[in-house]
Design a protein around this ligand. Structure first.
Ligand code: NAP
Ligand code: FE
Length: 363
């Protein structure tokens, strides 16, 4: 039995916010959740103009930090409650978008705190519009939100059908102000979603077809990234790959690259997409043992000769990780990944040794 479920309506293209202004007429009091870059990339200006057009009252919280914490979410929820928001608009990278999802649920559930999101069954949320300004997470089309919890020294995701945004409005023009290194990092997050999703146990012909297209598109633009030769068309393609990656993992979830990478983000401050990128080739080496045809397909569609070729490409685009992690610590990181629910998404068992081998990529 196959199924495909994407309740988020997606609007994709230049000036998508402005052109689809009628979408914003879903409430009377909008609470906007974003981070400082929205003041520079034009996204907030676009949203302000459509809200004014509908005479919708709004309040703004613009200080979401990368890798948002449960504490920060609780603080912002209080502000949104005081404002009596009846819908939420998330603008930015995965950090503000994931925050907006958490806030939307907490506003609909009296007396819940952010930590409850990981324990309680979510049955409702305020309507949510998500507008991405990076090209990586695909959070605008996923039922996931990932928050940092210092008590467990890690990032954790919660999932619910109710946090699929009502609308995802994707305009690649917001990527124009994104520093090149963040374009690279976030595009590797998207690529990681596509690859992990394709190799996942829940991959279907539906998600495969998105993966095939995403990998082919990536192949056609990979030299532009190497040469820093970006234009509107390339930014549009990067946004598309990111949305495809989100649609894929909404169905398949991610595999072990993500939970291994959370260690690099939490303990070594490495951005999420870059952390995935460091681990990707060694992960594919492991997968090659179990799923050689699928891995060959990925490498071929990406236009690389072999995994080594992909590895060299990644290394050319990223600064060296330059971190030395002791064996005990590597084992600790691997043990957290093996305890995560993501291992169940693999099509095979994985050993501690294999996870440590993947983690060793960063040496
Ligand atoms: P991010 O943490 O949201 O943002 C990274 C940086 O990009 C910030 O410093 C931000 O600056 C800057 N930025 C964003 N858009 C910009 C623009 N258009 N111009 C200039 N600067 C811009 O990065 P992200 O990689 O998109 O998101 C990562 C988060 O998403 C992680 O927490 C990860 O775990 C999560 N994630 C979620 C999902 C999901 O399905 N929900 C999937 C994968 C990853 P400012 O802070 O100054 O604005
Ligand atoms: Fe990711």
């Amino acid at each position: 039995m196959l199924s495909f479920f994407m309740p988020t309506k997606i609007f994709f293209g230049k000036d998508a916010v402005y052109e689809n202004y009628s979408l914003f007429d879903i409430g009377k009091r909008a609470f906007i959740v974003c981070s400082p870059s929205v003041f520079k990339n034009g996204s907030l200006e676009d949203v302000f103009s459509v809200l004014k057009r509908h005479k919708i009252e709004y309040a703004l919280y613009s200080s979401i930090k990368p890798n948002p914490t449960v504490e920060q979410i609780d603080e912002v929820v209080q502000i949104a409650k005081d404002f009596k928001a009846d819908f939420i608009i998330g603008i930015g990278g995965g950090s503000p978008l994931d925050s907006s999802k958490a806030i939307a649920v907490l506003l609909a559930n009296e007396n819940w705190h952010a930590k409850d999101l990981f324990e309680k069954h979510i049955e409702k949320s305020l309507p949510l519009i998500c507008i991405p300004t990076t090209c990586g997470t695909g959070s605008e089309v996923t039922p996931y939100s990932i928050l940092t919890i210092h008590d467990i020294e890690n990032k954790r995701s919660f999932a619910s059908e109710h946090i699929f945004p009502k609308y995802a409005i994707v305009d690649y023009k917001y990527l124009k102000s994104l520093p090149f290194d963040i374009i690279v990092d976030t595009s590797f997050d998207a690529l990681s979603h596509v690859i992990e999703g394709f190799l996942a146990v829940k991959n279907t012909p539906f998600t495969s077809s998105f993966a095939f297209d995403a990998l082919k598109i990536y192949s056609s633009i990979k030299s532009n990234l190497l040469n820093k030769n970006l234009n509107d068309k390339i930014l549009e393609m990067l946004s598309l790959i990111s949305v495809y990656g989100g649609i894929i993992i909404a169905h398949t979830s991610t595999l072990v690259v993500h939970p291994l990478g959370y260690n690099l983000t939490y303990y070594h401050d490495i951005p999420h997409g870059r952390a995935n990128a460091y681990l990707l080739s060694k992960f594919l080496e492991i997968e090659m043992k179990y799923l050689p045809d699928e891995v060959e397909t990925i490498i071929n569609l990406l236009g690389f000769n072999d995994i080594n070729d992909l590895d060299n490409y990644i290394k050319e685009l990223l600064p060296p990780a330059n971190i030395n992690i002791e064996t005990n610590t590597l084992n600790f990181y691997a043990s957290r990944a093996i305890a995560s629910k993501n291992v169940n998404n693999l099509r095979h068992e994985i050993s501690m040794d294999e996870l440590v081998y993947i983690m060793k990529s960063i040496e």
